[in-house]
Design a protein. Structure first.
Length: 131
């Protein structure tokens, strides 16, 4: 029960943080993308710069080793996919491509789909990414 409560707590913090980061990024704040990456790293309990520099398969391995990969995979998959969209909008195709490959690797390894929006993020996704 404590582990479930812990996971719900960190997911709640992630949802709040990623919503703020995405809004900032789409509002023109270049620090918004970095904040989104930081949120993903924190959700994975990894240094964000290290985590998001990993090859897609290595990122999945770190998620598996953390023991929380199954619990947070759909959130990581979603966030990486939307982060790729932000990089594409800013013309950074290399980083966008890496984020898409990372999202795809997480999706394949944890049986989730980047197009599936976690319930807590449906309203945010409709507001920011459905245009």
């Amino acid at each position: 029960m404590l582990q479930r409560d812990y996971i719900l707590e960190i997911i709640g913090q992630f949802v709040s943080g990623i919503a703020d980061a995405f809004r900032r990024a789409l509002g023109g704040d270049p620090a918004g993308r970095a904040a989104a990456e930081r949120e993903i790293g924190e959700l994975l309990d990894l240094d964000p710069q290290t985590a998001l520099a990993l090859a897609p398969d290595s990122l999945v391995t770190m998620m598996v080793l953390s023991g929380m990969g199954d619990s947070v995979a759909s959130y990581v998959c979603y966030a990486l996919d939307r982060l790729a969209t932000l990089y594409e909008r800013d013309g950074d195709e290399d980083t966008a491509g890496l984020r898409r490959l990372q999202a795809r690797a997480v999706a394949e390894s944890f049986d989730c789909d980047p197009a599936d929006v976690p319930p807590e993020l449906v309203a945010l996704d409709a507001e920011l990414f459905s245009k």
